[in-house]
Write a protein that binds this ligand. Structure first.
Ligand SMILES: [Zn+2]
Ligand SMILES: [Zn+2]
Length: 258
């Protein structure tokens, strides 16, 4: 077992409790009752690539270095995870490497513990809009300012459909196939957007492939999932544009600092 695995294994069974106690009178012999006891819900422990996950009872704070746990031609050749690649990528396009090299980041994603829908649906920005279970950030459907189409960038996605931008920040705009085929499944939890709503792979648990037409303008819908038996709003990756998010966050977005 490597270090990361042991951290994760340890983490999966750890909880952080934030306890506060009411004042007790001197003759009160009963144990103090915790108020606002906060445990990290099990679903967040699926973010195996996080360096730490904590909560203050309002937000879940996820720290990660943003580097993929899979091989990539974008790692420096001296890195154990470097692997040359030639072949096709997303949508069958021939891979063409961009000049960027993966560098270690220092992300702090702060997402609502109890996501809530907003009337305003703030558009997602360029840069990280959420976090994948391996700690890599999600990006939206645009390549640059003024809603520049992603089309020209697809060729530079590596075999796991991610790539680094100019400052070496690796990210996924589309289905992260290392996660949907190796670490999880096509219907598994892929991560969270900054509004705290979960992101799933391109299938629902009954095996149906989800298309953008089946989703709302924000690229999600509501039903029960294995992680949320009582139902939740969630996003899906789709093979058609906009791939992950449509017209903005469904809920009130948290923050990311880097
Ligand atoms: Zn990109
Ligand atoms: Zn669904």
């Amino acid at each position: 077992m490597n270090t990361i695995q042991s951290i994760i294994k340890g983490f999966a069974f750890s909880t952080i409790a934030v306890l506060s106690f009411s004042n007790c009178s001197k003759d009160d012999t009963t144990s103090p009752t915790p108020i606002g006891s906060t445990t990290i819900p099990a679903v967040y422990t699926k973010i195996y690539g996080a360096n730490s996950i904590t909560t203050d009872g309002t937000y879940i704070t996820i720290k990660s270095n943003g580097t993929p746990d899979h091989k990539s031609p974008y790692y420096a050749t001296s890195n154990a995870l470097y692997e040359a690649y030639s072949g096709t990528t997303f949508t069958g396009v021939t891979f063409m490497k961009n000049p960027n090299i993966i560098t270690t980041q220092s992300f702090t994603f702060k997402i609502p513990l109890n996501p809530s829908v907003t009337a305003s649906h703030t558009p997602t920005g360029l840069g990280p809009i959420g976090v994948a279970i391996n700690g890599v950030p999600f990006y939206n459907q645009y390549a640059g300012p003024n809603n520049q189409e992603l089309t020209g960038e697809i060729a530079s996605f590596d075999k796991y459909y991610g790539h680094p931008q100019q400052s070496g920040q690796y990210h996924y705009h589309v289905e992260p196939i290392y996660l949907t085929t190796i670490k999880s499944t096509k219907s598994g939890l892929m991560g969270f957007l900054l509004d705290g709503f979960p992101v799933y792979g391109p299938q629902d648990e009954n095996g149906t492939t989800v298309t953008s037409n089946a989703l709302d303008a924000y690229h999600g819908h509501t039903h029960a999932t294995i992680d949320y038996p009582n139902g939740t709003y969630h996003y899906h990756f789709t093979s058609d544009s906009p791939y992950l998010n449509g017209n903005g966050y469904y809920g009130s977005a948290g923050t990311v600092s880097q």
